[in-house]
Design a protein. Structure first.
Length: 197
């Protein structure tokens, strides 16, 4: 069984650079990077908040700084709700097609036996490199991750991808999940505050 696990020491999350983008009528700051400093000097996860004044949603995209081949993504409405597919989940684990090909592909993904994650198909990101030097993938495919599942597994989240041959596994690190959810929660709070004005 192939396994991809990125292990780093415990990290401390803090906001650096600029504040959250203006989510009202003013032009948005392109992105927010959440810096993570640790004893090992490991690079922090990249977390980008993508807001445009006329867009109906604010997107949050996150990945490990040393590997953008997979990561997490969601969108928040201007009223502060996660964009959901009703019963299927609120977050998207994205993977680049090349990464999936190198791992041998997959027919389905699961967190535990019987707890399948539904596929989200292909997605194109026209603004992949619009937010500074850190680029997210332009084309990805993905699986849905329910909000409750992501929050319940902040220590790590291991996803098994099944295929005709041996399955392979991917571990979303606690540091990445924590930085991503902190940013998502900040965007939700800010959009709700602005919507209540």
């Amino acid at each position: 069984m192939k396994s991809l696990t990125l292990i780093r020491s415990t990290l401390v999350v803090g906001v650096v650079g600029c504040a959250l983008p203006m989510l009202g009528g003013s032009p948005a700051t392109p992105a927010v990077a959440l810096a993570v400093a640790g004893d090992t000097g490991a690079p922090p996860p990249v977390v980008q908040v993508r807001a445009f004044p006329k867009s109906s949603v604010v997107s949050v995209v996150a990945w490990d700084a040393d590997d953008a081949a997979f990561g997490l993504r969601t969108s928040v409405t201007r009223t502060g709700e996660l964009v959901s597919d009703d019963r299927f989940g609120d977050h998207r684990l994205y993977l680049t097609p090349l990464f999936v090909h190198e791992m041998g592909g997959f027919t389905h993904a699961a967190v535990t036996p019987g707890q399948l994650l539904l596929g989200t198909g292909w997605q194109r990101d026209e603004y992949a490199c619009f937010y500074g030097k850190d680029c997210s993938p332009i084309v990805t495919l993905g699986v849905r991750v329910p909000d409750s599942l992501l929050r319940a597994n902040r220590d790590s989240l291991v996803i098994t991808f099944s295929r005709v041959g041996d399955p392979w596994m991917l571990t979303l690190r606690r540091e990445l999940i924590a930085a991503y959810l902190k940013s998502v929660d900040s965007v939700v709070a800010e959009t709700r505050r602005l919507a209540s004005k």
